[in-house]
Design a protein. Sequence first.
Lengths: 559, 220
Amino acid sequence: MKRRLFLSSAILAAFAVILTSILVTGAVHQIFQTSMKREVAAEATYLCAGFEEYGADYLNRLHLKHDHRITIIDPQGVVQFDSKGKPETMENHRDRPEVQNAWQSGSGEASRVSATLREETYYYAILMQDGSVFRLASSTQSLLAAYDDLFWLVVLIVLFGCGLAALLSMLFTRTIVKPLHRIDLDAPEKNASYEEIAPLLSRIQHQKHQISLQRQELDHQRLQFAALTEHMNEGLIVLDREGTVLSCNKSALRLLSIHLSSTVGLHMLSLHRGQRFRDALQQAMQGESAADVLELDGRYCQCFISPVREEETVLGIMVILMDVTERQEREKLRREFTANVSHELKTPLTAISGYAELMMNGVARPEDVPEFSHSIYEESQRLIALVRDLMFLSRLEEGLAPPRERVNLLTLSQRVAAALDSKAKRVSVSVSVTGEALEVDGISSVLQEMLYNLLDNAIQYNRPGGSATISLRQEGEDVLLQVSDTGIGIPKTEQSRIFERFYRVDKSHNRTIEGTGLGLAIVKHGAALHHAQLELQSDAHGTCFTLRFFGAESSNTTI
Amino acid sequence: MRNRFDKQLDTLHTSLIHMGALCEDIIANAAKALLDGDELFCQKAVVIEDEINLLERDIEQMCVRLLLHEQPVARDLRRITAAQKMITDMERIGDQGLDIAELSKFMLGSPVKSDIHIADMARATIKMVTDSIDSFVHSDLEEAIAVIAYDDVVDDLFDKIKKELVDQILKDNRMAGDCLDLLMIAKYFERIGDHAQNIAEWVHYSLTGSRDADLSGISP
């Protein structure tokens, strides 16, 4: 702006100065010439009169100024006298226009420019009485010469003008721009400035408004997104195409056990650099989704890495992490269970099939047949018991609950103790039932099965001469049922696992100890069905299972 | 606006993490080759070692280019010089990891392994390498110092294994060859521990400007 203003004003100044100089000089020259002509004409008249009165002597006595010259020309045009130069050497002046005019009208004038163009000579001629012509010449500078002399002056003035223009343009720019500088762009509408820029300001105001609206919307969306992702259970990490973290939620940090406050801007490898993860990431960067299960400090983490693509180019990468430790463990348990069931089912079947084959082929001696059939019977009983337990357990798991009733635990315990009496006698273990006749809300068949399994274990894993006791008592609102024995106990390390199906402390699959391996699993599920708490205390001197049935009254009173 | 130099430094950092991760892989594979006696892990170790060597050359060139073109000063200069030294250590870890894997081939099914604390040594060394890389990745000064202090554990384990092997040879000299192989493997693990310590020291250097860590009050 300053530059443009300066240039235009400088050009204007130069142009004005030059034009003015030309015109003024021309005009002044013109005026000067006119007055000079008038003076020369007047002088010539006086001198002519003097010459006619006093003759040539008069002229010789005159002190003429150097630019004046007097010439006398006779009627033939021959120069008779000249104040500068010798008349003999001069040519005939008959054809000079001023002389011609003087002859015709008594006076004549003419201007001639010298050969160098620098001088202009003005001639004024008067016809005298004797027919000769008196001529006065005056040399002056020509217009061109005047210009020539003035040239440097003009240049000087132009330069001065340009300087002035620069100064003025600077000043102008400053004064024009000052209000513009003072405009508060944060509130453009409130500025009283040039009205020319008012539309611009209102436009800025409008756009500012729009930008702030859009920003609010973006902030809102970002907050929403952050709130959603922060509270996700799954880890979510967003990466750009080079693998730099753009956002990462808390769950992801927790799963990867990273304790940094901010991970934005770090490379994904800073968070996890396992080989399988690297491979999957590489695959995603090339535009293919990848999934893998990572092992992180003993936990399993399913990760999905998928590229975000627009046509062929990968814009970014999404990483989703899920804790699948429980799933993996359940999977392991399920596999173990299947393997166990198959094994438990196969063992008696192999025995049955073997005995049957011996008898079928007639290899068995007749006296062995009763023994074989006894074994077959035993093994099939075992199979039946196993299948019955499995069905019972799956019924319990599915939660198919028969209607509940008031069950007297004491009579139930006595019934179970009676049923196991013969077995107890066989291994010389004394069984006793003590306590009050207490009732709980429950399913009689399930409770009986639970008690049977607990007491069966108490007898089976006992020492000869030991005892197994079922005791019942009331503790506040709760009913406590304890099955204790004086047996071999359960090692601490195994206590958490004994409720698993087919789990045996003695891993040798020892056939001398009977049972399906499902007993305690049934107890556990049965207890859950009755909302009863199952506790276990065990040491080398015996084991005590406690079932705590929470009082029905208490549940009523809490309502 | 991040300039080109910062971006290049980030790339260098990422490449170093990658190389560190490869070191972890190779030593994990070497340990598996030794303890599980599976030759598959040995083959994997060969592949990883090649990768480590290539990456070392890449990073070396990257460092020289950065030093020449950008003429970094202060912290950036320390980071780059530390990187130059670190890749040498990482490359040595790769070499020794491969050596362990190759020695393991001769020990397939040898019963000596189970009596000696070599599994503990492998675990301790892997932990050291992982922690040293972690300290680099997270610029964690405390972790770097802990790694430097932990080297004593690995050294002690080496002495213990040496004694156990001597006893083993005195007891039953038919296994002497295997015992010597195992001694070499233990030595390689011990060397890997030293390199991990070096890496931690370079992390310490790039963060503080001094290689000597103050170990007082740190118990491994």
